[in-house]
Design a protein around this ligand. Structure first.
Ligand code: NAP
Length: 301
């Protein structure tokens, strides 16, 4: 078994981001800024936001936190987002999800300026990803892609897992993980099967795949019967059970196989915040480039 060390790969990427931020500061006197919005007091969301703010600080990115009451209306949230959209110090806006009333989460996300949509959840960015022809297209158009999927692609690249021509089964079709991940794998020339709760013969599909990615949210759902020798298994799941944290893959069941795998914790998880920092940097660069295009001769970055 080859273990993909997400923590190490994430630390290397964060160092790279920090160095880029330092260079930008030196050249322009400016640094990227991320606004975080937390609605309500959910303890897990507070921990996530705290980690994002700390990661920004460590990378030299400015963060601006906004707390709203749990009973905030969609109009209250929209008013704050409108203010942040217009604020030139803010390059990225992160609305922590789920909201206490998650029924209007999509509407709130849609209020975010797509150029500041560092979670990559705005229909404009999701649409651009779907329309992208290949991975160069995604880079050249500076598309802001959902953080967990782009972190997974980074892990695969850094671990020399070939995607081109390989069959990948993505289990889960959420807008946050499964769908954007499938598009990224496709852009990297994998042959992609998107599986979900209504998929028939999931075991057989997975057993024939070179890459199996589990983004289900069901503890230890995938065992050795789903994975072939020589395959790469990526575990996106974060499940809190009585025995502690575990993924969607039953690690004990597969650990003696000849496979490449991400552990939980320490696999995909550390990459998510790292790619948020990367997206904030991308948003900064993209916004500065747009400003320069609007004012020729005043190149700032
Ligand atoms: P989600 O929105 O609940 O989606 C779960 C997906 O799994 C759905 O598409 C669902 O299919 C599918 N599914 C459920 N039961 C299934 C079954 N028996 N067979 C096949 N597919 C099944 O979850 P998510 O937001 O994508 O997150 C998935 C997991 O990743 C969760 O554990 C979450 O905590 C974790 N996560 C981790 C990170 C990280 O940073 N590591 C980031 C985000 C999420 P239907 O569409 O048919 O219902």
């Amino acid at each position: 078994m080859i273990l993909i060390d997400g923590k190490k790969i994430s630390e290397e990427k964060r160092l790279e981001i920090k160095q880029k931020v330092e260079k930008i500061k030196l050249e322009t006197g400016k640094v990227p800024g991320l606004a975080t919005i937390l609605v309500g007091e959910d303890p897990a969301s507070k921990v996530y936001i705290g980690s994002k703010i700390k990661a920004c600080r460590d990378a030299g990115i400015r963060s601006f936190h906004h707390s709203l009451a749990a009973d905030s209306s969609k109009e209250d949230i929209a008013a704050l987002i409108k203010k942040l959209n217009a604020d030139p110090e803010i390059d990225g806006i992160l609305l922590q999800l789920p909201l206490p009333d998650n029924s209007f989460a999509d509407e709130c996300v849609n209020n975010i300026d797509p150029a500041k949509d560092v979670d990559g959840l705005h229909p404009y960015n999701a649409g651009l990803l779907n329309l992208s022809k290949n991975r160069n297209d995604i880079t050249e158009k500076n598309i802001l892609v959902s953080c967990t999927p782009s972190g997974i692609i980074h892990l695969l690249q850094k671990s020399n897992v070939q995607m081109e021509g390989k069959t990948a089964v993505v289990i889960g079709r959420s807008n946050l993980v499964g769908k954007p991940l499938s598009m990224l794998l496709l852009a990297n020339n994998a042959t992609v099967i998107m599986a979900h709760s209504k998929t028939k013969n999931l075991k057989e599909l997975c057993k024939s795949a070179d890459i199996v990615i589990a983004a289900i949210g069901k503890p230890k759902f995938i065992n050795k019967d789903f994975i072939k020798d020589g395959a790469c298994a990526i575990d996106v799941g974060i499940n809190r059970t009585a025995e502690g944290l575990c993924g969607d893959i039953d690690f004990e069941s597969v650990k003696d196989m000849d496979i490449t795998i991400t552990p939980v914790p320490g696999g995909v998880g550390p990459m998510t915040i790292t790619m948020l920092l990367d997206n904030t940097l991308k948003a900064f660069v993209g916004r500065k480039a747009a400003q320069c295009a609007a004012k020729p001769g005043r190149l700032e970055v």
